[in-house]
Design a protein around this ligand. Structure first.
Ligand SMILES: NC(=O)c1ccc[n+]([C@@H]2O[C@H](COP(=O)([O-])OP(=O)(O)OC[C@H]3O[C@@H](n4cnc5c(N)ncnc54)[C@H](OP(=O)(O)O)[C@@H]3O)[C@@H](O)[C@H]2O)c1
Length: 251
């Protein structure tokens, strides 16, 4: 590892498992003081121990504006600024057209769109010139998937938030990009196959056949792209959607 985030203050929402946890480990190893959030206290504590380095866990639900206010107030008083914001918390469930409910839409758009907007908006006063915002998108943003329309639409919305926010942030020196993974081996993805390891393996094998590289991705492979977007290595990358999907949505 090098020191590409040496002395930087990095915030990763949903940093306790999956992609967020891998990104937190990578950012901390590159010298950042990493703030991670999550809703489960025990999982948060385990993640803090696993990440090592300079890490602060904050129990916060991104869909709660009170929690986001508390998170930003803590960072302001302890660190004074944010250099990197990875708005990663999100997810969704499946329902086919014909069974979509109001609750399903509110839940998924609440997590992936509304919470993301307020996460960024509330972090903005702490963000300095040269800082980087990374939004969790998905290759679903440009693909169709049966029973996944609401989730996919929410990730398409994230992509447009970045397009518009780079205009709102013109001349601020703050960059915004979307990081869009394909299928990645995380608790979020594995949950779709339930708790049975055999079913989970079957699902991952099937999903891998749909990827030109012939496999699903690992959280660490997304963390490396997050590091690129977070660091000055991507200093002229702005408003982009960077796919890390093994080619799935690129063919
Ligand atoms: N895995 C994939 O195949 C894939 C593909 C494309 C895009 N993505 C996107 O990547 C992001 C991360 O997904 P993942 O696969 O790494 O999921 P994951 O392993 O389930 O991790 C989600 C993380 O976010 C936290 N979280 C969830 N809801 C939250 C909330 N409302 N407030 C605060 N923290 C919350 C979780 O902890 P708690 O549950 O304790 O809060 C956990 O730390 C999501 O936005 C997802 O849509 C994933």
């Amino acid at each position: 590892m090098s020191d590409r985030l040496d002395g930087k203050i990095a915030v990763i929402t949903g940093g306790t498992t999956g992609i967020g946890l891998a990104a937190a480990k990578t950012f901390a190893a590159e010298g950042a003081h990493v703030y991670i959030t999550g809703r489960r206290a025990d999982v948060l504590k385990t993640a803090e121990q696993e990440i090592g380095g300079y890490v602060t866990g904050v129990l916060a639900d991104s869909t709660s504006n009170d929690d986001l206010d508390r998170l930003m107030a803590q960072i302001k008083s302890e660190a004074g600024r944010i250099d990197v914001l990875f708005a990663n918390a999100g997810g969704g469930t499946m329902l086919p057209l014909g069974q979509i409910t109001e609750e399903h839409i509110d839940d998924i758009f609440g997590r992936n769109v509304k919470a993301m907007i307020f996460t960024v908006q509330k972090a903005l006063p702490l963000m300095v010139r040269g800082s980087s915002i990374v939004l969790a998108g998905s290759s679903a943003s440009i693909e169709g998937a049966a029973a996944f329309s609401v989730y996919s639409a929410s990730k398409a919305a994230v992509r447009n938030l970045a397009r518009s926010w780079v205009l709102d942030l013109k001349d601020s020196g703050i960059r915004v990009n979307v990081l869009s993974p394909g299928p990645i081996r995380t608790p979020f993805l594995l949950d779709f196959a339930g708790n049975d390891p055999v079913q989970q393996k079957g699902m991952l094998d099937y999903l891998g056949t749909r990827v030109p590289l012939g496999r699903v991705g690992e959280p660490e492979e997304i963390a490396k792209v997050a590091l690129f977007l977070a660091s000055d290595d991507s200093s002229f990358v702005n408003g982009a959607e960077i796919f890390a999907d093994g080619g799935q949505a690129q063919v």
